[in-house]
Design a protein around this ligand. Structure first.
Ligand code: HEM
Length: 399
């Protein structure tokens, strides 16, 4: 094949799935734009790469989230970007905060936050569901988890956007956007720096920041920069993804009124619905990696130092594993976890994301009989790694 696929072209961003299907058929491991990264699109190859952190390093994240013009990005210093053994040492510190016991403790509070968000939605007239529902819920949950002032929630999303998509989609000539990203780095460092200073003056609380401050890795406390990198990772990991899980759930429900009716009749199907949304529209479409030596994948030889883009968004539609994969099917057997990654970096927040999704949908189904499209069309979020609605106007009719 002579022409390179351009994964940032407007057509691909609007609907990447036909392009992914062509890639799986014609060139399952190939160089793409932007930047000549090596895209891996078949399910089995994607698993193979994610399972092998020795040869496929997560430093790939650093390269695309901390370009030289940015001058540092706390996200690019986080555990997500680390390889063994540093990665494992940090991961054990936060693991407990996301376990089953912690989720059970959080559940009543998350339910309350979901009910509040739904109670504030307007009835019977158009509303863009992204801000007051899909974003409000995960931002409030992260604030709760980190013990942050809930009034600061809107700023959290703004920073999460700028430190990820706001960096990965900047073109060389876009000086103003570069400055906005640099400002966001400075603001987020100052904000979390103040939060840490304030915690130092208070008695230790039970929130995650207080726990991390007391944690020791091989006898040593985490530095201020390490703590800030953790918080930024949770901010990005916890908001940028769940917002799109909730947004894409609404898109599916708008397009499939019969599914809305099925869920209203039987709430026990909500978990299966969420798994199928995650497969059908994975919020994190791709994970970057960097080869540490010459390595073969899918029959193609990649040189040492190659930038690799692991396409979960393609793998979850691979016909070899998901027959009729372009069809949303509430009865599809599952769950399968690939939308949350695989191996040592498997998503720490998977159970939290499922909890938020279930409680948000329960609140919505209790409050509304029916949802329909508003006259204004929806738009898609257009970054390389993350996919979901940017705006989603709907009309909700009360139960
Ligand atoms: C639908 C929602 C979510 C999806 C689809 C998702 C997806 C993922 C994926 C694919 C990875 C692995 C990336 C890689 O291998 O390079 C990951 C890692 C991670 N996620 Fe999530 N995530 C979600 C929600 C959350 C939430 C709610 C949190 C926390 C509040 C979270 C925190 C993390 C963290 C800390 C990591 C890094 C784990 C490590 O490096 O060991 N995620 N997530």
């Amino acid at each position: 094949m002579s022409e390179r696929f351009n994964l940032l072209s407007p057509e691909v961003r609007a609907n990447p799935y036909p392009t992914y299907a062509r890639m799986r058929r014609e060139s399952p491991v190939c160089q793409v734009d932007p930047g000549g990264m090596w895209a891996v699109s078949r399910h089995d190859d994607v698993l193979r790469v994610l399972k092998d952190p020795q040869r496929f390093s997560s430093q790939g994240f650093r390269d695309i989230t901390n370009p030289p013009w940015l001058g540092g990005n706390p996200f690019a210093d986080s555990m997500l970007v680390m390889d063994p053994p540093q990665h494992g040492r940090l991961r054990v510190l936060v693991q407990k905060a996301f376990g089953a016991a912690a989720m059970a403790r959080l559940e009543p509070r998350v339910r309350e936050l979901c009910r509040q968000a739904v109670a504030d939605l307007p009835r019977g007239r158009p509303v863009d569901m992204m801000q007051p529902f899909a974003l409000r819920i995960p931002a409030a949950v992260i604030s709760e988890l980190l013990g942050l002032d809930p009034q600061h929630s809107p700023r959290l999303k703004h920073w999460a956007d700028l430190l990820t998509g706001g960096v990965t989609t900047v073109r060389p000539e876009e000086e103003e956007r570069k400055q906005r990203a640099r400002d966001a780095v400075a603001e987020v460092r100052a904000y979390f720096g103040d939060v840490l200073d304030a915690r130092a003056r208070e008695p230790a609380g039970t929130d995650l920041i207080s726990e991390l401050k007391q944690a020791r890795v091989e006898g040593e406390a985490l530095s201020k920069d390490e703590l800030i990198a953790f918080m930024v990772l949770l901010l990005v990991g916890g908001i940028e993804t769940v917002v799109h899980l909730l947004g894409s759930s609404l898109v599916v429900l708008r397009e499939h009124p019969e599914v809305w009716a099925q869920l209203r009749a039987d709430r026990s199907r909500i978990p299966a619905f969420l798994e199928e949304v995650l497969r059908y529209e994975p919020p994190l479409q791709a994970a970057p990696r960097l080869t540490t030596e010459d390595v073969e994948v899918g029959g193609v030889r990649l040189p040492k130092g190659a930038s690799v883009l692991v396409l979960m968004g393609s793998a979850t539609r691979d016909e070899a594993h998901f027959p009729d994969g372009d069809r949303f099917n509430l009865s599809r057997p599952g769950p399968q976890n690939l939308p949350f990654g695989h191996g040592i970096h498997f998503c720490l927040g998977a159970q939290l994301a499922r909890l938020e999704g279930r409680l948000a949908l329960e609140a919505l189904l209790d409050a509304f009989r029916h949802l329909e499209s508003a006259p204004e069309p929806m738009t898609w979020h257009r970054t390389l790694l993350v996919r979901g609605p940017a705006t989603l106007p709907l009309v909700l009719n009360p139960a």
